[in-house]
Design a protein around this ligand. Structure first.
Ligand code: AMP
Length: 139
């Protein structure tokens, strides 16, 4: 059964959008509340709620589409740089639980920032978390 997320309804044309690109696996359109001119959403047609649930075929298609779209957005907008942001889970800022990537152009005059407060990696913690992740990867 197809899950009808907001983005599925956009993909199926039930909700209008400024469509930019589509192939068998992905769909791209302008974000309705852009952080900057050309702010784009690249969405998997597969309605996975987060990237860890996404099939390899959809993930590969997103990987192929990102540079194609980024090039077109840069060329069309004259952006000097851009961020690609992807949220997974409500606590990470995801408001639509359907895998999507934000491509957010940056201009000379852009003021938007993404809060980031890094701390040096503790050696003991680094070793134990790297070991745990490697174990999960090998399962
Ligand atoms: P996120 O917070 O990462 O889940 O991003 C969801 C994004 O979807 C937000 O940036 C919204 O502005 C955008 N959005 C929500 N509804 C629509 C819509 N109808 N058309 C285009 N973008 C939308």
């Amino acid at each position: 059964m197809t899950e009808h997320t907001l983005f599925t309804r956009i993909i199926e044309g039930e909700i209008p959008c400024y469509k930019l690109y589509e192939n068998e696996y992905v769909f791209a359109f302008l974000d309705i509340n852009p952080l900057s001119k050309g702010h784009t959403l690249l969405v998997s047609k597969e309605p996975a709620p987060s990237i860890d649930h996404l099939s390899q075929d959809s993930a590969a298609a997103i990987g192929k589409a990102l540079p194609i779209l980024s090039r077109a957005i840069k060329e069309a907008t004259g952006a000097i740089a851009y961020n690609i942001i992807q949220n997974n889970g409500r606590e990470a800022g995801m408001t639509v639980p359907h895998v999507h990537f934000h491509i957010i152009p940056k201009y000379k005059e852009s003021k938007h920032v993404f809060t980031w407060e890094p701390k040096a990696l503790d050696a003991t913690e680094g070793k134990s978390i790297a070991d745990a992740i490697q174990l999960s990867l090998n399962e």
